[in-house]
Every structure is written in structure tokens, then in C-alpha cells.
Ligand binder design. Structure first.
Ligand SMILES: *Cc1c(COP(=O)(O)O)cnc(C)c1O
Length: 372
């Protein structure tokens, strides 16, 4: 029954099936399934136009895109990142034997705190990788100033921020490059997928080579590369979903405001705020459970789960408390008081095109359960 339907965080936004099957059929007729076919080229062009960025190189997923970006930038030694992020941010570095150095976050934005960064800079630091967490951009200017001052690189894990803007410019245009994820659970998906965006021609060329085994020509390999290619069927999904982006944006905005209205009158629960003057995908409805709420965050999560509302405590307990970082850097938490506090308080609620007003009411009633 509708009343008991299971609500998930990250249920995919899916565009027109007819258009998808039509594109899939054309793809089969062409017998071109991968290796930069028509669909991948069309998607890359449309994404670059939408973001207003010079280069958009599609990828098989966001994690491999991060690994390639890190490699193409020649990073080494240590890279400063937040700990409150998806584990792939840290893993993409450690996978290449680069140490992720965890920096605390700003209480107001949950993003990496520029005031904390210089404490972590050593002669081994090669870059700062900011994460635009929960659709909200980092303090990009402050990070750029620090990076320039120390002669280190700045890049962004923008997996949460496709379709978001910062001071009127789309995310995708900042730092040396930005990395997007088009995983099924993200605001915009290609089943699995991702992209690197950059305005730097030379870097874009290098990324393209690395993504395709380093092939410069038919039988000519320039240097070490991997396989980061997006397939045609994934690009078809992207093209179809791109057509409905405006409506998904509207739905998420409507959902967010429905949550906001309900939670404004619920003591102890605070919904994250977005800058209403910027473009924002509002894919993450994040609630902070305060000390004045009658339950702990985990108790509230259990209550929601009991009502088939699969809220998630992303990104508890923080990368630094997961392996291998917990063992490699046992004292990292000492420098991360805000991260540790926030990770205990946040809960992500369901949104997206499968969520309607009635479902949100169900979530809100469950959140208010203790008061009735
Ligand atoms: C989803 C995500 C990734 C990884 O993307 P995949 O496409 O799933 O590999 C990286 N960083 C963050 C912050 C993410 O949310």
C-alpha cells in the first residue's frame, strides 16, 4: 500500500523510457557501443554547454574520474580533504599512495574550513581537494587564495553539485578541474558515470589520453593510462535525463520547501539552508538533530526506518573513522572536532522525483511523533 511504501534516500531520477529505448535502438543499429561514440560526444557537448565550461570529459564513474584527475594533475605526497565526505574522496588518493590529510569543516556550510587548512600544510602537500558537500559550494575564493599562496593545486570533488552555481557561475568551472559523479543515486544519473570538467586545454588533453589507456593514435601509446570511458548506453541515459533536468530541479525545490515548512515548527530539527540566489539541485535534504530534540539522531533514524523511511546518516562516522584511515591515522580526529560533532547529528531524508507531498507529510509526522 502507498501508506507503507518504502522511501529511500537516493531513489533514481529516471527520464522518458520511450526516448531511452529509441536512443538504445539507434545505438544497436549503429553497432557502436563504446569508445567515444555519437551518444558520448553529444552528451559531453551538452554538458559542457550547460555548465559553460570548455571541456567536459565523460567517465565510467566518479571514483575513476577522481583518480584520473589526481594523476593528470601530477599530485603526490599529501592532499588536504575534508573527512565528512563519501569514502571515494579519500580512497581515490590512497589508491595512488597519496595520503589524504583530513581537515575540519565549517559549521555553517559543512564544507572544508579554509581557516583550518594551513595547519595541515607541509612540504609534502601537493593540493587541496574541496568537496561541495550536499549541493553547497565550498568557500572557493578562500581556498584558491591559500592554494596560490603555497603554490599547491586546487581541485574539487563536485559529485554533489551538478547543476549548482557559485556567484552565478556553474560548478564545473573552478580550480584546476572539477569531478562530477553521475551515479544512479545522484541528482543527474547515467546509471554509473561521471565527468571531469576543466577550462584548461592542456589538462583536458592529458585527461582524455589517460582515460583511454594513453592511446594517442591507433597504435601509439603516449604514457600510462587506464580505462575510464563512459559507454554509449550510459550516455543515452544521460541524454534522456538531461531533457528532464529542469523538472527534477523543480521537484526537488518543491520537496525541500515542503520539508522546510514542516520542520520550521519542529523544535530541535534544523534543515540545511541553500542560497536562494544561486542554482541548486537540492538533492540532499539534510537535517541536523539538535540536543533539544527529544531523541538522538540514531533513535530518530530507527523510528523513521520502522515506518519504512530509509533515512541515511551520510557521512557518519567520517572517512577518518573508517579503514584504512582509522589505523593509518589514529589521531586524525583530534583535529576534527566540528566534523565529529556534525557527523553525530546529521540525517539525510528522501527526496527526488519519486517523493511527493503526501510522502513528505509521512516523514514529517514520523519526525514529530514524540510530540503527538
Ligand atoms: C558519489 C560520490 C563519489 C563517487 O562517485 P561514483 O560515481 O559513485 O564513483 C565521490 N565523491 C562523493 C562526494 C560522492 O558523493
Amino acid at each position: 500500500m502507498e501508506e507503507n511504501s518504502i522511501l529511500h534516500v537516493g531513489a533514481p531520477n529516471i527520464g522518458s523510457r520511450e526516448k531511452f529505448f529509441e536512443r538504445a535502438n539507434q545505438m544497436f543499429d549503429r553497432r557502436w557501443l563504446t569508445n567515444r561514440g555519437e551518444l558520448v560526444q553529444e552528451l559531453e557537448q551538452k554538458l559542457a554547454d550547460y555548465l559553460g565550461v570548455k571541456h567536459c570529459i565523460s567517465m565510467c564513474n566518479g571514483t575513476v574520474a577522481l583518480e584520473i584527475a589526481i594523476r593528470a594533475l601530477g599530485l603526490s605526497g599529501e592532499v588536504i580533504i575534508p573527512s565528512l565526505t563519501f569514502i571515494a574522496t579519500a580512497h581515490s588518493l590512497q589508491w595512488q599512495e597519496i595520503t589524504p590529510v583530513f581537515c575540519d569543516i565549517d559549521r555553517n556550510t559543512y564544507c572544508i574550513d579554509p581557516r583550518e587548512i594551513e595547519k595541515h600544510i607541509t612540504p609534502k602537500t601537493s593540493a587541496i581537494m574541496g568537496v561541495h558537500l550536499y549541493s553547497r559550494p565550498c568557500d572557493i575564493e578562500a581556498l584558491q587564495t591559500i592554494a596560490d599562496k603555497h603554490g599547491i593545486k586546487l581541485l574539487f570533488d563536485a559529485a554533489h553539485a551538478f547543476g549548482c552555481s557559485h556567484k552565478g557561475t556553474m560548478i564545473g568551472n573552478f580550480g584546476e578541474c572539477e569531478v562530477l559523479s553521475f551515479h544512479a543515486t545522484k541528482f543527474f544519473n547515467t546509471f554509473e558515470g561521471g565527468a571531469i570538467t576543466t577550462n584548461n586545454d592542456e589538462l583536458a588533453e592529458k585527461i582524455r589520453l589517460m582515460q583511454n589507456f594513453g592511446f594517442k593514435g591507433m597504435d601509439d601509446v603516449g604514457y600510462i593510462g587506464t580505462n575510464g570511458k563512459m559507454s554509449e548506453i550510459c550516455a543515452a541515459m544521460g541524454l534522456v535525463n538531461l531533457e528532464e533536468l529542469a523538472s527534477v530541479l523543480e521537484t526537488n525545490k518543491r520537496n525541500y520547501h515542503a520539508y522546510k515548512t514542516g520542520l520550521d515548527t519542529t523544535p530541535g530539527l534544523t534543515l540545511i539552508e541553500f542560497n536562494e540566489n544561486e542554482k541548486c539541485n537540492r538533492q540532499y535534504v539534510v537535517v541536523e538533530v539538535g540536543a533539544d530534540y527529544p531523541m538522538t539522531r540514531d533513535e530518530l533514524m530507527e523510528q523513521l526506518h520502522a515506518h519504512n523511511i530509509r533515512a541515511r546518516r551520510y557521512f557518519w562516522p567520517g572517512c577518518h573513522r573508517m579503514e584504512p584511515y582509522r589505523s593509518l591515522q589514529p589521531n586524525a580526529g583530534m583535529m576534527l572536532p566540528i566534523t565529529e560533532e556534525i557527523a553525530e547529528r546529521i540525517l539525510v531524508l528522501p527526496t527526488g522525483t519519486v517523493v511527493d507531498a503526501k510522502m513528505i507529510e509521512r516523514v514529517l509526522n514520523t519526525c514529530k511523533g514524540k510530540y503527538s
